[in-house]
Write a protein that binds this ligand. Structure first.
Ligand SMILES: Cc1cc2nc3c(=O)[nH]c(=O)nc-3n(C[C@H](O)[C@H](O)[C@H](O)COP(=O)(O)OP(=O)(O)OC[C@H]3O[C@@H](n4cnc5c(N)ncnc54)[C@H](O)[C@@H]3O)c2cc1C
Length: 403
């Protein structure tokens, strides 16, 4: 059998590793558009900016590993075409046939057209090269457009580098879509306490670049003249290749519960995949943990395993001295209630989001023993004792107990 993986990121690298772990001894080709070995992106906005992580430590495996595992690794060469009928993929000058094809093409930064057209030097943060470029320029006055995870992590790194930082956010709170109005203020306060000028309920009206000066006008009438503009307004899945080949897409390459795409020989995993999750419905998740586990799961499905992918989404962030982990998915259905234990003002607490008396998500801030307890509750019914915040999380009867 001949397996080709398109996309040399986290999902792709974990898929090829799992193929060998499972004892598959046939041909594997891993084709990546970037010039680098597959690498981890979380350090790009955190440790690498802070100088606590060296650029050469972000790779999933070193080059020798691919040779030892007999993985034909192709870097710096984007796949330009997939022929589903013939079972071929092609880069500019070569092509490969496949029996099984995994699409793990990830996502790209969403662009702010106004900024791109301005002539200003605008930074997007997706790749290792973007991160090295940003690190070299994280000084003076840094304007960050978008208070999402990446924008806020860059804000934290920039403040720790003593830059003046302004963050512009269209919403009334940072991260409100994920955390809701009860918990999102923690992140607004965190950044304000560290000296970030957080401009909420406002967005960018125009960006001009004249005689070396960049002027960013906001919809609230203010004008800023930053040294660096970082745009962090989300990502878009790299689905064009699959869509052009004729695969069904739905805000990503559509895959069933087992990560199989609409063609019987094609699979997708990671940021690019819109997955029919057995309990959460269709969702596309842009998280490190999902890329790893879907990559591995797709590998097992390609080898004939029939299990659905049921893992709950999980992600983390580190900003200043705040560490957070989140498990579950509130999703479009929203939540009725959020139960908070601990001290939000001290930034040591847990939160559980509940919809129709079922726990849909949990998170902790700086409470490092809480994750597994939170994980055990996600997806389960919420008994009344769960809402009693005088009962510590660790003292709750387990979600499956009769107590
Ligand atoms: C700065 C940053 C910080 C992050 N921090 C966190 C975090 O703290 N916690 C967390 O949970 N998640 C974090 N994430 C998200 C996480 O890194 C992603 O979810 C994960 O990288 C997705 O892995 P992937 O393999 O699906 O896609 P990617 O990592 O995007 O890899 C896909 C690869 O495919 C390549 N490709 C695309 N098209 C083609 C083609 N036609 N031919 C060949 N190759 C192609 C791309 O160039 C890319 O190298 C962060 C992301 C970024 C950008």
């Amino acid at each position: 059998m001949n397996i080709v993986v398109v996309g040399g990121g986290l999902a792709g690298a974990n898929a090829v590793e799992e193929l060998r772990v499972q004892g598959y001894s046939g041909d594997i080709t891993l084709i990546g558009a970037e010039p680098h070995l597959p690498y981890e992106r979380p350090p790009l906005s955190k440790g690498l900016q802070l100088g606590t992580v060296e650029p050469d430590s972000v790779f999933v495996h070193d080059v020798q590993w691919y040779a030892d595992q007999q993985v034909d690794l192709v870097t710096g060469d984007p796949v330009s075409e997939i022929d589903l009928d013939r079972g071929h993929v092609a880069v500019a000058t070569r092509q490969w046939s496949y029996d099984r094809l995994l699409l793990a093409t990830g996502a790209s930064s969403r662009h702010l057209d106004r900024a791109d057209r301005s002539g200003a030097d605008v930074i997007y943060l997706r790749t290792l090269d973007d991160a090295l470029d940003l690190k070299a320029r994280l000084a003076g006055h840094v304007l960050i457009i978008g208070a999402g995870w990446i924008g806020l992590e860059v804000a934290a790194a920039a403040r720790q580098a003593n830059a003046a930082v302004t963050v512009v956010e269209a919403g009334a709170l940072p991260l409100a879509r994920v955390l809701g109005r009860e918990v999102a203020p923690v992140f607004a306060d965190l950044h304000r306490d560290h000296g970030v000028d957080l401009r909420l309920d406002t967005s960018v009206a125009s960006v001009e670049h004249v005689s070396g000066t960049t002027t960013v006008r906001l919809t609230d009438g203010h004008a800023l003249t930053p040294d660096v503009v970082v745009v962090g307004i989300g990502a878009e899945p790299n689905l064009e290749l699959g869509a052009k080949a004729g695969l069904v897409v739905d805000r990503g390459i559509l895959v069933d519960a087992r990560l199989r795409a609409s063609d019987p020989h094609v699979y997708a995993a990671g940021d690019v995949a819109t997955h029919a999750h057995p309990t959460l419905g269709r969702l596309r998740v842009e998280h490190w943990d999902t890329a790893i586990h879907q990559g591995r799961h797709a590998a097992r499905t390609m080898l004939g395993d029939d299990d659905p992918y049921t893992r709950q989404p999980y992600f983390f962030t580190d900003q200043y001295d705040l560490g957070m982990e989140y498990i579950g998915n509130v999703g479009r259905g929203g939540y009725d209630d959020v139960v908070i234990r601990g001290d939000m003002s001290e930034r040591v607490f847990t939160a559980l989001w509940i919809r129709r008396n079922r726990v849909v998500a949990g998170m902790h801030v700086n409470d490092w023993d809480a994750l597994e307890v939170l994980r055990s509750w996600v997806g389960k019914e919420a008994p009344s004792i769960l809402r009693d915040v005088d009962v510590a999380l660790a003292d709750l009867p387990g979600p499956d107990s009769d107590a």
